[in-house]
Design a protein around this ligand. Structure first.
Ligand code: CMC
Length: 431
């Protein structure tokens, strides 16, 4: 029997259907609520609102579970690599050897950016924030590929494959070019090598000497990108869906997602974490001033890299990355005092009642910077690294929206709290 939820309001009774997802997630289908009762649900920040049905990622925040297309993140981290996981996230299945080869080829083919785009990169002030540059450059892909700047790939799915590969590959290349522009280094050009090796080459090769990554470095980069590949309806992914729901093309939607990711409460947190750890290191203190300040309740003093909108338990990504930190440092023969500081800070926070009672644990951003730093990636590029990793998730979500023939434009309601109707006051009578 179909389960329903009963709402009684203003002497009206409404029976709302209950929906259940494949993992047992339950929702009350409120689509008819306003039309039938005149009421809406108020849910600031949408924390209790399911905005869509999605078959991409399952997240159970209470139990620290994250699965892409059914596969646990821990298994993907142990056995997969970034490009394969990207394919899985976008297309729904692990690729066969043939599909993996074709996807890799497409990514390699579309790694270079047009000469005009190089000029665009150069046109930015050298001190421009990397995420501002990335958002603008990715948006401009719609101008470079007008034939792919559509939301309708249903007639020719190969065109979608092309748009997706262009987006993933060029976001990676553009990330490296942004770094080089900011450093005042000459641009490098992609080679016919693997995705992560190519990124490291684009970042670090010199005109007189190619950078050849040792396998451990490429593997560590692979892990970081893979761990960011998708994360359900987070702020930037919901942004992608919202923009896509208007019929906007993939590149424009990705540009908007990059803007959403840049904020310090979202992807920008990985930069803030590193700044916090560095400051603790430079001031030779124990980090308690950050913990105490965070307990004040102000949004601007939060303990960065801690807490999550959905996890009320360990972020499984933080577990994997936290464990990988020491392994990566050992493999690279490096040590980092910031790792000790991070571990100490984590222990201190997890003993503090403020964090314990609110179930605030380290999130993905808490340890990722230690690995990125060990790879030689400067702090101001950390959120760009997040964007490179997250591009498959954004693309997969955009595709779900674009291919849903019955999908509606995203258009939340509000509770208006401004002035009630009043008459226009001429200038002479104001003040
Ligand atoms: N430091 C101190 N207090 C915190 C923190 C924190 N990092 N996070 C949450 N709180 C408090 C919050 O103020 C609230 O307190 P109270 O109940 O007294 O009002 C309580 O904990 C519950 O907050 P919440 O509802 O769990 O948090 P939220 O959903 O509003 O925000 C968040 C989630 C991720 C924005 C927040 O935890 C935060 O600002 N963390 C620091 C920034 C960060 O690391 N962001 C990266 C998130 S993971 C990667 C990503 O998505 O990009």
């Amino acid at each position: 029997m179909q389960k329903t939820a009963l709402i009684r309001i203003d002497d009206k009774e409404l029976s709302l259907p209950v929906m259940v997802g494949t993992e047992g997630e339950k929702a009350v289908d409120a689509r008819k609520l306003r039309a039938d009762t005149g009421y809406i649900f108020y849910d600031q920040g949408y924390g209790n609102t399911g905005s869509c049905e999605s078959a991409i990622t399952y997240l159970d925040g209470d139990n620290g579970i994250l699965r892409h297309r059914g596969y646990p993140i821990e298994q993907l981290a142990a056995h997969s690599e970034y490009v394969e996981t990207a394919y899985l996230v976008i297309y729904g299945e692990l690729p066969t050897a043939e599909q993996r080869h074709a996807f890799g080829q497409l990514l390699r083919q579309h790694a270079p950016v047009e000469t005009q785009m190089l000029k665009l990169v150069e046109a930015f002030p050298q001190d421009a924030p990397p995420m501002v540059m990335l958002g603008a450059l990715v948006g401009s892909l719609a101008a470079f590929y007008p034939e792919l700047a559509t939301n309708n790939f249903e007639k020719d799915l190969k065109q979608f494959d092309l748009a997706a590969a262009i987006a993933i590959s060029k976001i990676r290349t553009l990330g490296a070019l942004i770094y080089r522009h900011k450093q005042g280094l000459p641009f490098t050009h992609p080679k016919d090598i693997s995705f992560c090796d190519n990124f490291l080459h684009l970042m670090f090769s010199e005109p007189y000497q190619d950078y050849v990554a040792i396998p451990e470095v490429a593997q560590a980069l692979n892990l970081i990108l893979l761990m960011h590949a998708d994360h359900e309806q987070n702020c930037s992914t919901s942004t992608t869906r919202m923009v896509g729901s208007s019929g906007a093309n993939l590149f424009t939607s990705l540009s908007a997602a990059i803007g959403a990711l840049s904020g310090p409460l979202h992807g920008g947190a990985n930069v803030a974490v590193m700044q916090m750890l560095q400051s603790i290191h430079d001031e030779h203190d124990d980090g308690s001033r950050f913990i105490e300040a965070a307990k004040g309740g102000s949004k601007s003093n939060r303990l960065m890299g801690f807490g999550h909108a959905v996890y009320r338990n360990f972020d499984p990504r933080a577990k994997v990355i936290g464990q990988a930190c020491q392994v990566v440092l050992n493999k690279l023969g490096k040590s980092d005092p910031l790792l000790d500081i991070a571990q100490h800070l984590e222990q201190a926070a997890l003993k503090d009642d403020y964090f314990v009672s609110r179930k605030l644990y380290p999130n993905v951003d808490f340890y990722s910077g230690i690995i990125l730093r060990a790879l030689g990636i400067p702090t101001n590029m950390f959120t760009v690294m997040f964007a490179i990793g997250r591009s498959p998730g954004w693309i997969a979500n955009w595709r779900e929206v674009a291919s849903n023939a019955k999908g509606r434009i995203y258009r939340p309601r509000q509770i208006y709290v401004g002035p009630v109707q009043r008459d226009y006051v001429p200038m002479a009578k104001r003040g």
